[in-house]
Design a protein around this ligand. Structure first.
Ligand code: PGA
Ligand code: MG
Length: 225
């Protein structure tokens, strides 16, 4: 049986509307124009501190305000899940993978608290044996350490990483783990420019892909644990 590690935002859940609402509450309280959905999606992927810095720069807010903006964003973020839905077929795919005996974990750049709160709110926490967030370790993706931590929490066995972004692909390459790319998320580049072992646009096909690719011969800098 395999260990399958998942990214969260843009992979399992369409969370951009909540991230946008959180950002816009912070911006409008300071008299700045709200973010569009396209801006929001383009700022997601490298964790909350980077998101907030991109938001600050886009609205030309003073650099000195950066720590306050991040604090204000994080204070609202933990409860920001009213607008977030799993992508179609996610629940069924997770149940099928668990039913087949695979072990599942999350490796996201979303902070761990908001990630756990969101999973609980959506009743999606149960399938996962571990959650590694953007602030769980001192480093976050594309450093491979969070992916290694999530994988180690699942014990041993063939491994695959499922994600939606350039950052996820870079992490998988650095960790030498086969990468399965969900093409319906928040990537910025064409699929052909993102390294991946397999790509999919519907969660109905994920279980078959995992069967085919988990534990594929590894490529990259160093072996996964
Ligand atoms: O919080 C982010 O910027 C991205 O989160 P993700 O790693 O789950 O896509
Ligand atoms: Mg993502």
């Amino acid at each position: 049986m395999a260990r399958i590690v998942f990214d969260l935002d843009g992979t399992l859940v369409h969370s951009a509307p909540d991230i946008r609402a959180t950002a816009n509450a912070v911006l409008t309280a300071r008299g700045a124009a709200p973010l569009t959905m396209d801006e929001t999606v383009s700022f997601i992927g490298s964790g909350a501190p980077v998101f907030v810095e991109r938001m600050r720069a886009a609205r030309a807010l003073p650099e000195a305000d950066a720590p306050d903006l991040l604090d204000a964003f994080l204070a609202l973020y933990e409860d920001a899940h009213a607008l977030t839905e799993p992508f179609p077929g996610v629940r069924e795919a997770l149940d099928a993978l668990r039913g087949a005996g695979h072990r599942l974990a999350i490796c996201t750049n979303k902070p761990e608290g908001p990630a756990r709160a969101l999973l609980a709110h959506l009743d999606l926490a149960d399938p996962f044996d571990a959650v590694v967030g953007g602030d769980t370790l001192a480093v976050r993706k594309p450093d491979p350490a969070p992916l290694f931590a999530a994988a180690e929490a699942l014990g041993t066995g063939p491994l695959a990483y499922v994600g939606d972004s350039e950052t996820d692909a870079e992490t998988a390459v650095a960790a030498a783990v086969p990468f399965l790319l969900f093409t319906g998320g928040y990537r910025k580049s064409p699929v052909t420019e993102i390294p991946h072992r397999a790509a999919f646009d519907s969660f109905d096909t994920l279980a078959a892909l995992v069967g085919r690719h988990a534990g594929d011969p590894l490529v990259g800098a160093r072996p996964a644990p």
